[in-house]
Design a binder for this molecule. Sequence first.
Ligand code: URA
Length: 240
Amino acid sequence: MRMEETRLQKYIAMSGVASRRKAEEIIRAGRVTVDGQLVTDPAVKVTPGNIVEVDGKKIEPEGRKVYIMLHKPVGYITAVSDQFSRPTVMDLVKGVRERVYPVGRLDYDTSGLLLMTNDGDFANRIMHPRYEKEKTYVAEIKGFPDRRDIEAFSAGLKIEDYITKPAKIRIIKRKKSSTIVEITIHEGRNRQVRKMCEAIGHPVINLKRTAIGPLKLGDLPEGQWRFLKKKEIKKLDGGI
Ligand code: URA
């Protein structure tokens, strides 16, 4: 990683060995050496060129963890690369120095909120089926679903070889020959929203993800990304 001079205490905390406060205790307790020399002052400056050992074990700072929300447009593959050279979401986050990758997937023809990070543990927690986050979509679907369709959708639908978990569907607006709905699901199977709408006889015309758990896409313009705020990361990660 690129790093200038850093206080020893911070360097240790960045290595994931301990919190900053704990790192100070470890240093003062005489458990840390820099290039073989015992150091007990947490304010001593080190660089990645120094060999820092805690209890005789070399430590190295991890790269900065970054968390991004991208407003994915239609026409981009959610993958790091594509065998057919189609545009990927990676093309949209070129300005990010860290090597981030997508958390989960949005279809080529789906737009909306996509999380990207270089924090593998966070990504696993967000995607783990046990904690599967509530995901909200706004869809335009063909025709006008009636009460029975809505009840069937909410109760669970048979799709291929599984029954979907209870989901929500709320009508936002009726158009000439289609309906705008808000859909909330807890699973993230392949093309699930499209299949569910198909199953009630109202196929999706277009689909956009507007929220993951408490995190909302808001007014972030299409094709743009932004870093998540600390508060947002905590809420997203903690609320499982
Ligand atoms: N469900 C779908 O059908 N497509 C997506 O991209 C996401 C959820």
